[in-house]
Design a protein around this ligand. Structure first.
Ligand code: T46
Length: 311
């Protein structure tokens, strides 16, 4: 099956999972098998009361991947031609790819569950079909299935040589340029939804998402800086502390709101600790994963930051 064919069919995606003693980490970006689009929008649904029904709807041109970052829920997909299938999602390393033009209902949320969704388009109200009869009508009329745009991943992966020629950002990095951002929060009786997408309000483009979960209490993570990667770090479940260090100043943030992101610029050493039990750390970043973007040695970090600092 080609990626174009698979992009028109719902399927479960095995999201890479990297376990270690500090917890599990999973990451998702275009190019992972079963992920056929560039991320344009992300949103997450939380604080859903048990037995709440979220309204069904379909998207005309948007493909989505739904990941249970915490807890479990069911997703029922309907193609409008009589075919329905119910998926039970209960593992943060297993996502469901939903092509455009599928009616979908999410229900059966367990307590404290978090549904994370990656979408191929930014929000557009006209893309939504919220009436089931209209959906069936359009699904029948629309015989020619729409293909998801699939530009080449090679264009997305950053060019290490080009970056290497640039002046290293560590010389000018400052914790003063990092900040908390309150993302839009849509609170309803059937749960809350927060969005981060590639629009003019975003401080960075989102190209990859990763999430850290099953972190044992008293564990620390992080302990590195990035040459280029910018990040938004969000506590979508529970809480933890993030300490930022630019070589001259340190600042610690407690993250405990699913709608509040800590924006971290490149060249900043970060450590994360004080994870509450059951916490989930979501990180949105503007680069694909590349180990050469990391500085993992604090002495090297200090050497890199010894250049003149901007005031
Ligand atoms: C960061 C903090 C907040 C991948 O293969 N792909 C990925 O996208 C990521 C993020 C990691 N990995 C591998 C690299 C390591 O072998 O997963 C393993 C664990 O990564 P690391 O030790 O860097 O995990 P943390 O929690 O210390 O740091 C992570 C991010 O790596 C980092 O960018 O800023 O979270």
């Amino acid at each position: 099956m080609t990626i174009e064919d698979s992009a028109m069919t719902p399927h479960l995606i095995e999201i890479p999972r990297i376990p270690d003693a500090r917890g599990n980490l999973s990451f998702i970006q275009r190019g992972i098998p079963g992920v056929p689009f560039d991320i344009s929008r992300t949103y997450w649904i939380y604080d859903v009361p048990a037995d709440a029904d979220r309204h069904g709807r379909a998207l005309r041109n948007t493909a989505e991947i739904i990941v249970p970052l915490a807890g479990a829920f069911d997703v029922t997909l309907d193609d409008g031609h009589g075919g329905t299938r119910r998926y039970h999602l209960d593992r943060p390393y297993r996502g469901l790819y939903v092509p455009p033009m599928r009616w979908r209902v999410i229900d059966n949320f367990t307590t404290n569950s978090v549904a994370f969704v990656l979408a191929s388009t930014i929000y557009d109200e006209t893309d939504y079909i919220s009436d089931y009869n209209n959906f069936v009508h359009e699904a029948i009329c629309c015989q020619e299935a729409k293909k998801v745009s699939t530009p080449c991943i090679a264009e997305q992966v950053y060019n290490t040589e080009e970056f290497a020629r640039e002046t290293d950002i560590h010389h000018t990095s400052s914790v003063d340029n990092c900040r908390l951002i309150d993302l839009p929060r849509h609170a309803h009786a059937h749960g809350s939804l927060t969005v981060a997408q590639n629009d003019s309000d975003s401080p960075m483009e989102i190209r990859r998402a990763f999430f850290i979960y099953d972190v044992p209490a008293d564990t620390a993570r992080g302990g590195h800086s990035h040459h280029h990667s910018q990040q938004m770090i969000i506590a979508v479940g529970g809480s933890f502390d993030v300490t930022l260090d630019d070589g001259a100043q340190r600042r610690t943030y407690t993250l405990n709101r699913p709608y509040r992101a800590l924006f971290v610029t490149p060249g900043i050493w970060r450590t994360m600790d004080n994870f509450s039990s059951g916490s989930v750390c979501l990180v949105l970043t503007d680069t694909g994963y590349d180990e050469s973007d990391y500085v993992r040695d604090y002495n090297e970090f200090q050497c890199l930051t010894r250049g003149p600092k901007q005031s």
